[in-house]
Design a protein around this ligand. Structure first.
Ligand SMILES: C[S@@+](CC[C@H](N)C(=O)[O-])C[C@H]1O[C@@H](n2cnc3c(N)ncnc32)[C@H](O)[C@@H]1O
Length: 318
């Protein structure tokens, strides 16, 4: 690969041209089983139906069919980002492609955006964010567990060939790291366009992030449970410096289509997570009070979450 081609891969993670030693291909057998293979000169992919020589693939185009010694055909293609993120090595649960796609749109990630992400986990969402911000943007990922940060780095470097220049990975708790960056007495930086939180307790980060998000910026939390969803929504509401939070989930149903047998597939993933998002108001402003009344009992005596100072909104901190 020329230096120019390598630089292009580091921006997109997309390789074109002949397959090369050192890159991954996915071999798909007639039963649609997929095998991720790292190409090595002289290497062999061993199967119960005999081996497939890597040299048959190296130097040729992707999209070819190679046959094992035992006669089984394998389709060879480079993995797309959505395949890479669900097959890459992981220690922490990854954001699945259907949710990553929604996050990019709900959070409005754009080329040149300055994005903060926590936790980096296995680096799956990081890959999508880096692609979307491009070379003029910046993704700052925070991860408090060393082994997860190392895994995220390996995965991002594996996908892009090298760590993209737009990426900065910090080992540490998000709030503590942000505070350490500016110091307790310093004026808070207001240089974050978008925030994506995929962590156990995103509500703990709302105050610190609100100080650094640009007016109009988007904060999005991806959470697994309804209790996390509720606490995140109420915390954003009570903060007062955000628009009314929006919550959603995405269900993706694949279809089987063969002749007259056209029906939903049976193996749908029932649940992954919820998205909660809100936009930062300008300092000193709060969103107009909602006109609707809370449902009866919504904040009854059993409710123990964050409480707004007024029925409609919150104790605006701006
Ligand atoms: C579900 S994983 C994130 C997966 C990641 N989004 C991906 O797609 O690969 C959640 C991660 O958040 C990290 N985490 C939780 N709270 C954190 C905090 N306050 N600051 C930094 N990292 C945090 C955890 O260590 C864990 O690795």
């Amino acid at each position: 690969m020329t230096t120019q081609e390598e630089a292009a891969v580091t921006l997109s993670g997309v390789r074109i041209g002949p397959l090369q030693a050192g890159e991954r291909v996915t071999l798909t057998d007639p039963k649609n089983r997929r095998h991720s293979v790292l190409l090595v000169e002289g290497g062999t992919f061993h199967t119960t139906k005999g081996g497939v020589s890597h040299d048959e693939l190296i130097g040729g185009p992707e999209g070819v069919v190679v046959t094992s010694v035992g006669g089984t055909a394998y389709l060879a293609l480079r993995p797309l980002l959505n395949e890479f993120t669900v097959t890459m090595p992981r220690q922490a649960a990854v954001v699945y492609p259907k949710d990553a796609a929604q996050i990019l749109m709900a959070c409005d990630i754009f080329p040149g955006a300055r994005v903060v992400e926590a936790g980096a986990g296995s680096g799956a969402l990081t890959c999508s964010l880096l692609r979307a911000v491009g070379p003029t943007g910046r993704v700052r990922s925070y991860e408090r567990r060393e082994e997860f940060a190392a895994q995220a780095r390996r995965n991002v470097e594996s996908f892009f060939g090298a760590a993209p220049p737009a990426w900065e990975l910090t080992l540490g708790d998000l709030v503590e790291s942000l505070q350490a960056e500016t110091g307790p007495d310093a004026e808070p930086e207001t240089d974050i366009d978008r925030v994506v939180l995929d962590m156990l307790a995103p509500w703990e980060c709302v105050d610190a992030l609100a100080e650094r998000l640009v007016p109009g910026g988007v904060l999005l939390a991806y959470v697994a449970t309804t209790t996390q969803l509720a606490r995140t929504v109420e915390t954003l509401r009570v903060h007062g410096g955000f628009t009314e939070p929006e919550a959603s989930e995405t269900l993706l149903r694949a279809w089987h289509a063969e002749g007259l047998a056209v029906r939903p597939r049976h193996d749908m993933v029932g649940h992954t997570g919820f998205l909660v998002s809100a936009r930062r108001m300008a300092p000193g402003f709060r969103a107009p009070a909602r006109k609707r009344r809370p449902a009866p009992g919504a904040y009854g005596e059993d409710y123990t979450g964050p409480r707004a100072a007024t029925p409609e909104g919150g104790s605006a901190r701006g």
